[in-house]
Each structure stands twice: as structure tokens, then as C-alpha cells.
Design a protein around this ligand. Structure first.
Ligand SMILES: NC(=O)c1ccc[n+]([C@@H]2O[C@H](COP(=O)([O-])OP(=O)(O)OC[C@H]3O[C@@H](n4cnc5c(N)ncnc54)[C@H](OP(=O)(O)O)[C@@H]3O)[C@@H](O)[C@H]2O)c1
Length: 193
């Protein structure tokens, strides 16, 4: 397996930046779609009855459409060598089976956007079937970051453990999966969609 020696972080929202990516890097091996926004603390996010549609649109733009854009731009740079690992950072709160649970805040903009991210993962996986470009989503768990806050039990490094696993899958590895954080279960466990 070949690994890139350089790391870059770009905002995927501008077509100019996509052009820059294609002109600057002749190939890409690993893409981790980690950037995300979470407006859950806004009062309107406590209910789908009151959620603000502009906030929902902004959230979808960053958490779903930007991921689609950057992934569209990067896949051709992976196809050059028929090698790629794409990791989409989702959340267990996006499991459809969790939507009626009292355990999570309703958080409609955030959760529905991550449902969209999961769907995007599954559709890209279908289109990449038969290639050595593997795309998977995972939930990092509650992490101490700006989004997660200081009460979170785990560090960002711990949250990244499953991302590293998915970014370094062997050629026979999972395609189009949705995984829980490995730390919690001691291994790669699929989450219900
Ligand atoms: N923290 C948790 O407990 C938790 C739990 C489950 C899932 N997640 C997921 O984990 C991922 C990372 O979250 P985090 O906790 O690290 O959140 P964070 O502390 O709020 O950091 C979010 C990151 O996304 C970047 N970002 C946001 N909008 C962007 C845009 N339009 N273009 C480029 N970059 C943008 C931010 O860049 P700037 O700093 O430059 O704005 C920042 O680096 C997210 O996808 C989140 O949904 C987090």
C-alpha cells in the first residue's frame, strides 16, 4: 500500500480550490472528510417543528454537499492508481434506528445532514464497486473538541482511531460500511443505518 507523505486541509466549498487540488496533487491515496458543523445548541434545533430552514441548509451545505464536491474532485486522483481510502466522519446519532430514542437530542439539522452523509457514502460505494477505492463512514463518539466541549469523555486522538483503521484498510476491506468507534467495542463494529 502506498501512503502520501503530505497532509493538507482545504475548504471544499469553492470550485477554485477543487481545481487547485487537481493541479497541485497528481494523486491522492487517502481522503478523510472530517470538517463539519453542528448547530445543535441553537434553541430552534430542539425541534423539527421549529428548526430554522436557513440553518438546516447551511448545515447540509457543509456536512453533505461539500463532502460530495470534494469527493467528486478527489476520486479521479485515486483512480489514477486504482487505490484510495475515503473516510466520512459521521455520528451514531444519524442511525435511522436511533431517531425515536430519548438518548439523543433531536438536533434535526445535524442529524439529518449526517443521514445524508451516510447515504452519500453508500451511493459512492455502489459506484466504486469493483475498484480498489474504498469509502466508509464512522462515528468517532463524543470527543473533547470545540464541537464536543470539555465534558466529553474522549480526546480527538481517540476519536480518530477508527478513521486510521478505515484509512488503512487492506484491499479486501469494507466498502460502504458505517462503523461505531472501535474504542467502545474493541474492534470494527457495523452500526445500523
Ligand atoms: N466532537 C464530537 O463529539 C463529535 C461526535 C460525533 C461526530 N463528530 C464529527 O466529527 C467531525 C469533527 O468534529 P469536531 O468535533 O472536531 O468539530 P469542531 O471542533 O467544531 O471542528 C470542526 C472542523 O470543521 C471545520 N469546518 C467547519 N466548516 C467548514 C467549512 N465550511 N470548510 C472547511 N472546514 C470547515 C472547522 O474548521 P475551522 O476551525 O477553520 O472553522 C474545524 O476544523 C465532524 O464531522 C463532526 O460532525 C464529532
Amino acid at each position: 500500500m502506498k501512503m502520501t507523505s503530505s497532509y493538507f486541509a482545504i475548504s471544499p466549498t469553492s470550485p477554485d480550490e477543487r481545481t487547485w487540488l487537481q493541479e497541485t496533487y497528481s494523486r491522492v491515496d487517502i481522503l478523510v472528510n472530517n470538517a463539519g458543523v453542528n448547530p445543535t445548541m441553537q434553541p430552534q434545533e430542539a425541534s423539527l417543528l421549529t428548526v430554522d430552514m436557513d440553518t438546516m441548509l447551511t448545515t447540509f451545505n457543509t456536512n453533505v454537499l461539500a463532502v460530495a464536491r470534494i469527493t467528486q474532485a478527489v476520486i479521479p486522483l485515486m483512480q489514477v492508481n486504482n487505490y484510495g481510502r475515503i473516510v466520512n466522519v459521521s455520528t451514531e446519532m444519524a442511525s435511522l434506528s436511533s431517531m425515536s430514542s430519548d438518548y439523543y437530542p433531536l438536533a434535526p439539522s445535524y442529524r439529518l445532514s449526517k443521514v445524508g452523509l451516510n447515504g452519500l457514502t453508500a451511493i459512492f460505494a455502489k459506484e466504486l464497486q469493483g475498484s480498489n477505492i474504498l469509502i466508509n463512514a464512522y462515528s468517532p463518539g463524543w470527543m473533547k473538541t470545540d464541537m464536543g466541549g470539555s465534558d466529553a469523555p474522549f480526546t480527538a486522538d481517540e476519536g480518530a482511531e477508527t478513521a486510521v483503521y478505515l484509512a488503512t484498510l487492506p484491499d479486501s476491506g469494507s466498502q460502504g460500511g458505517f462503523f461505531a468507534e472501535m474504542r467502545k467495542f474493541g474492534g470494527a463494529i457495523a452500526l445500523p443505518w
